[in-house]
Ligand binder design. Structure first.
Ligand SMILES: *[C@@H]1O[C@H](CO)[C@@H](O)[C@H](O)[C@H]1NC(C)=O
Ligand SMILES: *[C@@H]1O[C@H](CO)[C@@H](O)[C@H](O)[C@H]1NC(C)=O
Ligand SMILES: *[C@@H]1O[C@H](CO)[C@@H](O)[C@H](O)[C@H]1NC(C)=O
Ligand SMILES: *[C@@H]1O[C@H](CO)[C@@H](O)[C@H](O)[C@H]1NC(C)=O
Ligand SMILES: *[C@@H]1O[C@H](CO)[C@@H](O)[C@H](O)[C@H]1NC(C)=O
Ligand SMILES: *[C@@H]1O[C@H](CO)[C@@H](O)[C@H](O)[C@H]1NC(C)=O
Length: 487
C-alpha cells in the first residue's frame, strides 16, 4: 500500500495521517471489499529482527483448577536449538509438506479402495525418513510415569508413544528417554488382551505376539508406520499420565524401542485421532471426547494451547463459535472431515459447483490444499483484489507470488471458508501469505491446488492459526472461532 521510500522521506508526525488517508482511499477504491493490514517485515525470521528466543522443547502447563486441563503448545521450530537459516527452513517445509500430502492421498486412496496402505505407500513413495513428522509442528509437555515428556501433537494418527529404554534404535531427543524399569506404574499390555487386538483399527497393523527366540512372548508388539518411511515399534504398555491436575492411570501407550524419523528433539508423539487407543478415546469419561487447540503463529514466536474437555473458561475467542457436523466416512475413520460449502475472498463469494465435498482438517499438513477448480477461483479473485504489487515466480506448490520487499504494510483481502451449518473460518492475517524468502522478496499466497479434482482437500495448520478449534467427537461436530493464541 505504501512504499518504504515514501515513508522514509516523510516528516514523522505526518506518517500516521498519510497512512490513514491511504487506507481510506483504498476503501473507496475497493468499495466494500474486506481487507486487513499486514505488516510485511514484522516477523521472527525478518533479517531486521534478531529474535534469538531459543528455548527448550519442554513447555509449562497452564494454571490450576479447571484450566489445568490445558497444555501450552509450542511451535517445534522454536525448540530445535540450532542456528537457523530461516529461508532454508521455510523452503524445505514446503517441499516436505508436498511429500506428506502425496502420501496422505495415497493412504486415502488405499483406504477407500480396500488395499492396505502399507503396500501402496511403500511402492510409490520415496522412503525419506521422518517426512510426515517433520511437518507436524506443534509440541506439548506431559508427565509420563513421573517424567516430563515433550510430544508432537497429531490429529491424523492414534497411538501415543515415546522413545523407550533400552532402545534398539532411537533418534536424538532433548532430555532423557523414558525408562520403564524405574517406574512402578509401568505395566505391560499382554498380547492376549483386547487392547492388543484393538491395534489393528488404530495402526493398520495387528499387535504381534508369539514366539521370540523360542521363548514364548506375552507382550504386545506394536508398529506404526507413517507411510513415508518413518515408523515406531516397541511394546504396548500402560502408565500413569499427568498434566496440570489431570491424572490418568493405566493410559495405554507405545514404549518405542525402534524409532526412525526426524522427530526433531521431541520425546514422542501424542495421537489425537478417533480410534479406541487414541488419547481422546482413552479420556472419554473425563473429557467427554472433546478437545480444542489454538495454534500459535511462528511469526511472532508465541505459544498456543491444547485443552481437553469443553473448557469454555480458557477460550479467549474474539468471535462467536460456529459449528459444523463432522462428515461420517467409515472408510476414513481416523480422519476428521468437514463439508466445505463455500469460500470468499475480500467478501466476494466464489462461484463454483465444486463445493459441498468433504475436506480433511489436519494438524500436520501446513498449506491448505484445494481441488483445482476451487483453487483457480480463489486465485483469480485474489489476484483481482490484491493488484498493483510486483509479481514473482512461483515456488514449489505455491504459484501466486509477489515481491514485497519495498513495502512495510500491505492491505490484503480476507479469506473465509464456509462449512455445512453456516460455520465459517476466517483465515488469520498471518495465514494468508507464506514467506519463501524471509526478506519478503518472494511471498506467496499460502494456498495450493491439489493435482487432481478427485483428490481430497485438506485444511492445513497454516490457515488454522489464531483460531480456537473445538473437536467434539461425542456430538460429531467441530467448532471454530477467532482467538489470539499468544500466551
Ligand atoms: C515438569 O516440568 C514442570 C514445568 O517446567 C515442572 O514444574 C515439573 O516439576 C517437572 N516435573 C518433573 C517430574 O520433572
Ligand atoms: C494373558 O496372558 C497372561 C500372561 O501369559 C496371563 O497371566 C493371563 O492370565 C492371560 N489372560 C487371559 C485373559 O488369557
Ligand atoms: C461448551 O460449553 C458451552 C457453554 O457451557 C456450550 O454452549 C457449548 O455448546 C459447549 N460446546 C461443546 C463442544 O460441547
Ligand atoms: C466466545 O464464544 C461464545 C460462544 O459462542 C460467545 O458467546 C462469546 O460472545 C464469544 N466471545 C466473543 C468476544 O465474541
Ligand atoms: C455437504 O452439504 C451439502 C449441502 O448441505 C450437501 O448437499 C452435500 O451432500 C454435503 N456433502 C457431504 C460430503 O456431506
Ligand atoms: C524485489 O524488489 C526489490 C525492490 O523493488 C528489488 O530491488 C529486488 O531486486 C527484487 N527482488 C527480486 C528477487 O526480484
Amino acid at each position: 500500500m505504501s512504499k518504504k521510500e515514501t515513508f522514509l522521506s516523510l516528516n514523522l508526525s505526518l506518517a500516521p495521517l498519510l497512512l490513514l488517508l491511504l487506507f481510506l482511499l483504498s476503501c473507496v477504491v475497493h468499495g466494500v471489499e474486506e481487507k486487513k493490514i499486514f505488516s510485511v517485515h514484522n516477523n521472527i525470521w525478518s533479517p531486521k529482527k534478531s529474535n534469538e528466543a531459543l528455548s527448550s522443547c519442554f513447555s509449562h502447563n497452564l494454571g490450576k483448577g479447571r484450566e489445568s486441563n490445558t497444555l501450552e503448545m509450542k511451535h517445534r521450530e522454536l525448540c530445535s536449538g540450532k542456528t537457523r537459516d530461516w529461508g532454508e527452513k521455510l523452503r524445505r517445509a514446503l517441499v516436505l509438506d508436498n511429500i506428506r500430502v502425496q502420501s496422505l492421498q495415497l493412504r486415502i486412496k488405499a483406504m477407500t479402495s480396500g488395499t492396505t496402505a502399507q503396500s501402496v505407500s511403500q511402492t510409490q513413495i520415496p522412503l525419506t525418513s521422518g517426512i510426515k513428522l517433520q511437518t507436524l509442528n506443534y509440541i506439548v509437555t506431559v508427565e509420563l510415569g513421573g517424567k516430563n515428556m515433550s510430544l508432537i501433537v497429531d490429529t491424523g494418527s492414534d497411538l501415543t508413544w515415546v522413545q523407550c529404554q533400552p532402545c534398539k534404535s532411537c533418534y536424538n531427543q532433548q532430555g532423557p528417554l523414558y525408562d520403564p524399569s524405574i517406574s512402578s506404574s509401568y505395566k505391560t499390555v499382554f498380547c492376549n488382551s483386547s487392547t492388543c487386538q484393538d491395534l489393528v483399527a488404530a495402526t493398520g497393523n495387528a499387535g504381534l505376539c508369539g514366539s521370540n527366540n523360542g521363548v514364548e512372548k506375552t507382550t504386545c508388539d506394536y508398529i506404526v508406520s507413517y507411510g513415508d518411511g518413518s515408523y515406531t515399534r516397541g511394546d504396548l504398555a500402560s502408565e500413569s499420565i499427568l498434566w496440570g491436575e489431570t491424572k490418568l492411570e493405566n493410559f495405554v501407550f507405545g514404549c518405542g524401542r525402534n524409532n526412525k524419523g526426524l522427530f526433531g528433539g521431541a520425546s514422542g508423539l501424542m495421537g489425537l485421532g478417533r480410534s479406541s487407543v487414541s488419547l481422546v478415546s482413552q479420556t472419554l469419561k473425563t473429557f467427554n471426547g472433546v478437545f480444542s487447540y489454538c495454534l500459535p503463529s511462528l511469526e511472532d514466536g508465541a505459544s498456543g494451547s491444547l485443552s481437553f474437555g469443553n473448557e469454555s473458561s480458557v477460550y479467549k475467542n474474539s468471535t462467536s463459535f460456529s459449528y459444523t457436523p463432522l462428515v461420517q466416512n467409515p472408510q476414513l475413520h481416523s480422519f476428521y472431515i468437514l463439508n466445505l460449502t463455500g469460500a470468499s475472498i475480500g467478501g466476494v463469494e466464489l462461484q463454483t459447483s465444486s463445493f459441498g465435498r468433504g475436506i480433511l482438517i489436519d494438524s500436520g499438513t501446513v498449506i491448505t490444499r484445494l481441488p483445482p477448480s476451487i483453487y483457480k477461483a480463489v486465485k483469480t479473485e485474489f489476484l483481482k483484489q490484491f493488484s498493483g504489487y510486483p509479481s514473482a515466480p512461483g515456488y514449489s506448490i505455491l504459484d501466486t507470488c509477489f515481491n514485497l520487499t519495498s513495502y512495510e504494510d500491505v492491505s490484503i483481502p480476507t479469506i473465509k471458508m464456509f462449512f455445512e451449518g453456516n460455520a465459517e473460518l476466517e483465515v488469520d492475517v498471518t495465514g494468508v501469505f507464506y514467506f519463501v524468502k524471509p526478506d519478503a522478496s518472494l511471498v506467496c499466497l499460502a494456498l495450493a491446488s491439489l493435482s487432481y479434482e478427485n483428490e481430497v482437500g485438506i485444511i492445513g495448520n497454516y490457515q488454522q492459526k489464531n483460531q480456537r478449534v473445538i473437536y467434539d467427537t461425542k456430538q460429531e461436530r467441530l467448532g471454530i472461532a477467532g482467538e489470539n493464541c499468544s500466551i
